[in-house]
Design a protein around this ligand. Sequence first.
Ligand SMILES: O=P(O)(O)OC[C@H]1O[C@@H](O)[C@H](O)[C@@H](O)[C@@H]1O
Length: 300
Amino acid sequence: MDHSQRSAVEISKDENGVTQVLLQSPRGASVRISLHGGQVRSWKTERGEELLFTSSKANLKPPGGVRGGIPICFPQFGKRGSLEKHGFARNRIWMIDENPPPLPSADHSNKAFIDLILKSSDDDLKIWPHSFEFRIRVNLSVDGCLSLTSRIRNVNCKPFSFSFAYHTYFSVSDISEVRVEGLETLDYLDSLFNKERFTEQGDALTFESEVDRVYLGSRDTVAVFDHERKRTFVIRKEGLPDVVVWNPWEKKAKTIADLGDDEYKQMLCVDAAAIEKPIALKPGEEWTGRVELSLVASIQ
Ligand SMILES: O=P(O)(O)OC[C@H]1O[C@@H](O)[C@H](O)[C@@H](O)[C@@H]1O
């Protein structure tokens, strides 16, 4: 596919020599993706407002992870396994997939999309001995919705299993003014209490201290309301039963080198994920996990 023919897609190099891709909708919304981590780094509205948080202290140089945007957690979430935290995919240099297999649900009228691919390298196979092909399609719709469709294929001769998360840093006005709906009555594993299981009691989740939870078996739509900005992020997900909610709050933020002391106020991670029950793939099988993020103005 010749990407230069698609005016909606621009490919360039960033200051660290890493390829980045800019998707633009006809109405002026945009998404920027870096091949470092296969990571969405920016998602802007038609008016140029940034919707994803990136830390002012983020280290943009490979191979470290970048604090902000949408890092991909694969094949491990957090420290639930022997690999580095959140797995290695977020630190690898991905490639543009010139010839991806067709996606059944794709809207062919839209030109603002790109396909990325990560294959297990020899070094990866030493720490995680399972050959995989991981494809992501990043799509920006005409009305500015951002969707990510991940396809992970087992190209090994043995089964393997993995966990996964779209570790999404939403930009918010002030964390104290934010509420999350769609997680009511669900069980969650609380990372602040040794992953103990609790049940959500409140009508909506609000924030007044550190939160680090994995909500289990959630419905496919979750909403993040930002009262001050009068806007709501709607998260629609498929194939991803769990939802991670994370904000480090003041004390933890001070211990994170690539996060400003007060920046916890402007971010909230709400990740569509598959964590509690790892995804198992037999040889030749493929898994698909999709998330669609949209923004609506809200009257609250
Ligand atoms: O600092 P990292 O590796 O990007 O992880 C940030 C956070 O990511 C969240 O998803 C986890 O639930 C937290 O436990 C973790 O601290």
